[in-house]
Design a protein around this ligand. Structure first.
Ligand code: 16G
Length: 245
């Protein structure tokens, strides 16, 4: 960054001039994915612009997804997201999907708790009066990129203690002979709200996919009711179609 080249006359608002320069530095690779930006006050003294102007430029780049802010640690160039192709016909877990691609899996837990079920959970899981529900809420990440927010609900008969799930829900269910063998999945479009967008590192209102999965045991009992929000810029879902007989 340098003070040179910012002018009050003619070239548009100062914050836009800085925004453009930062955007160029990102697209040319001078600022690479994951690089951290200097603190606002340092950028102000390097450029000779006011902190308000610097903040406005940075906020504009956060809003369009080129920069991400992590509370307490600063502002970074957003990671490059490669689109993943995901077959819709296979009943796999997030952990398995990433392992198959040779990618890492990280989960950030938002909450793990036993709670009173919502009417929606009562219906989906076929719960009775007084039953409680185990809820697992996490951001699923791979190679340091947040890909989805997942909110799984299970009956406490299936999962008496949510802390039993450390990394893979399906691995834990499998070890107890409770892995779903069939699932019904519903996909719909969603614009990501402020909090969800922040968790996924995308601009507010960005396109997402809401995916709801209800997983069943061979007996027909529901094991899992999971609502996820996937980043629209990270996934291509594919399915093979056949002629009906
Ligand atoms: C997938 C499933 C989710 C399941 C999770 C288990 C979709 C839309 N969702 O993300 O329903 O709970 O895998 O993953 O595919 P895990 O075994 O890695 O915890």
């Amino acid at each position: 960054f340098s003070a040179a080249g910012f002018d009050d006359a003619g070239s548009g608002p100062l914050y836009l001039q800085l925004q453009k320069r930062l955007a160029e530095a990102i697209s040319s690779g001078r600022l690479a994915a994951g690089d951290s930006l200097p603190a606002e006050r340092d950028m102000a003294s390097m450029t000779g612009l006011s902190r308000v102007t610097v903040r406005k430029a940075v906020q504009a780049l956060v809003a369009n997804g080129q920069l991400v802010q992590r509370r307490g640690s600063g502002t970074f160039v957003a990671p490059k997201v490669e689109r993943l192709e995901q077959a819709l016909s296979l009943l796999t877990s997030f952990t398995e999907d990433m392992a198959r691609r040779g990618k890492s899996v990280e989960s950030v837990w938002l909450s793990r708790q036993i709670a009173t079920p919502s009417p929606e959970e009562v219906m989906a899981l076929g719960l009775g009066i007084g039953d409680r529900v185990a809820r697992l809420e996490r951001v699923r990440r791979s190679d340091d990129v947040p890909l989805a927010i997942e909110r799984a609900s299970l009956s406490t008969a299936t999962l008496p203690d949510p802390a039993l799930v450390e990394t893979s829900l399906y691995a834990m269910l499998e070890s107890r002979g409770l892995r779903p063998v069939r699932a019904v999945q519903r996909i719909s479009a969603a614009n990501l709200s402020g909090r969800d967008a922040e968790l996924l590192g995308v601009p507010v209102g960005a396109a997402g996919l809401r995916i709801e999965r209800i997983g069943y045991l061979p007996s027909g009992r529901v094991v899992e009711f999971t609502r996820s929000l996937y980043r629209g810029d990270a996934y291509d879902f594919t399915v093979e179609l056949t002629l009906s007989p």
